[in-house]
Ligand binder design. Structure first.
Ligand SMILES: *[C@@H]1O[C@H](CO)[C@@H](O)[C@H](O)[C@H]1NC(C)=O
Ligand SMILES: *[C@@H]1O[C@H](CO)[C@@H](O)[C@H](O)[C@H]1NC(C)=O
Length: 94
């Protein structure tokens, strides 16, 4: 009787420890995600899908954006290799 109670207690402890580990690792990965978001990706509120013939300059003119703003919300964008259907950020904050 005492033995089986012990087993149940051990099992309960084990489950609690595993649950704790899962919670901690989830919290940690969320923190890393927040940090990464702050470091690199600017937040984008509106996107525009590139159509045939579009250029970065054309898109900035279409939406009255300054190139500085456009560059800041589209980091790492290579304007010489735009492709149709590519999403460009046209509103947001860097
Ligand atoms: C962009 O600016 C021009 C002139 O200032 C204006 O006529 C046009 O409506 C604006 N377009 C947009 C999308 O805001
Ligand atoms: C942009 O794309 C063009 C064409 O694919 C390539 O030649 C050029 O090196 C790229 N530039 C950068 C900064 O990645």
């Amino acid at each position: 009787m005492a033995k089986s109670n012990n087993k149940i207690a051990m099992l309960t402890n084990f489950v609690l420890i595993v649950a704790l580990l899962v919670i901690v690792s989830m919290a940690e990965s969320r923190e890393i995600g927040i940090l990464k978001g702050k470091q690199s990706a600017p937040s984008c509120d509106k996107v525009y899908g590139v159509a045939s013939g579009d250029t970065c300059f054309g898109v900035t003119q279409m939406f009255n954006l300054t190139t500085a703003f456009f560059d800041s919300v589209n980091p790492n964008l290579n304007c010489t290799s735009l492709f149709v259907g590519q999403w460009l950020c046209i509103a947001g904050s860097a």
